[in-house]
Structures are given as structure tokens and as C-alpha cells.
Design a protein. Structure first.
Length: 140
């Protein structure tokens, strides 16, 4: 079993040359039932109104929630795929850093439900998201 630091290094390494890298998402903390990632808010995360695009927020949420499931399954035997995501955006921002904390609500054999709370660096809630992942046995 790999340790927490190795899990973070693995997640950040496999994010190279992906949407996560493009958006600046970095995994920063992992626990038994949670994962934390950060994303800067810059003009490349904006919608035309010059505020954070909800899609960028959802990309952070799904990246964090999916990665939480990934580190809790045997990837030699199972695949993890997102099935549904929703969000309530509480406040708009146009600068700073977002911190996403994903925690399991349900961790079953074939499905995971993850709550992702996204806050700014002042610990003010920006969005609340919920992600459902399916855990599929690989066809050998």
C-alpha cells in the first residue's frame, strides 16, 4: 500500500498534460476518507463577465471527487467513472485560490457518492458539489 505522500505525487504526476494541468489543479492533502486539491483563479478560468466560470469550478470538483475514488480502488481490477455531478454556486470570485475538499458520503462496492466543498483562501464557501462515481470491474 502506498503512503499519503506517494498518493499525492501519483495524482499530480498523472494529471500532467490534462485539463487538470491546464487549469492549474494540484492535489495537496489526502486522508483516509478525503482529498484536497487547489486551483488558482485567473483570467483563463473566467466566463465573459470576468468572474470564475462555473464549468471551471465543476472541473475542480469532478477532478477532486473522481481522484478520491481512484485512490480507494484497485485500478488493476476496477475502473472509476463519473456518472453525475451537480453544484450550487454560493458566491462568485475573480481572483485568489480555490480549495476543494472531497469527502465520501457513501463508499460502496459499485458506487461512490462524494461531497466536494469548494472554498476560497479565506475559507468562505464558493460552491457545494456532489459527484456520483461508478466502480466497474474491468473486463479481462
Amino acid at each position: 500500500m502506498i503512503n499519503k505522500e506517494e498518493k499525492l505525487q501519483l495524482l499530480n504526476r498523472i494529471s500532467s498534460d490534462t485539463l487538470m494541468e491546464h487549469l492549474g489543479i494540484k492535489y495537496t492533502e489526502v486522508g483516509e476518507d478525503y482529498l484536497v486539491a487547489e486551483m488558482p483563479v485567473t483570467s483563463k478560468h473566467y466566463q465573459p463577465m470576468r468572474i470564475l466560470h462555473g464549468g471551471a469550478t465543476l472541473a475542480l470538483a469532478e477532478s477532486t471527487g473522481s481522484a478520491l475514488s481512484v485512490i480507494h480502488v484497485d485500478l488493476d481490477k476496477y475502473d472509476v467513472k463519473g456518472m453525475e455531478i451537480n453544484a450550487n454556486h454560493i458566491r462568485s470570485i475573480n481572483k485568489g485560490t480555490l480549495i476543494a475538499k472531497a469527502k465520501f458520503i457513501h463508499k460502496g462496492r459499485t458506487s461512490h457518492i462524494v461531497e466536494i466543498n469548494i472554498s476560497n483562501e479565506k475559507n468562505k464557501l464558493v460552491s457545494i458539489c456532489r459527484l456520483t462515481n461508478i466502480v466497474l470491474k474491468k473486463q479481462l
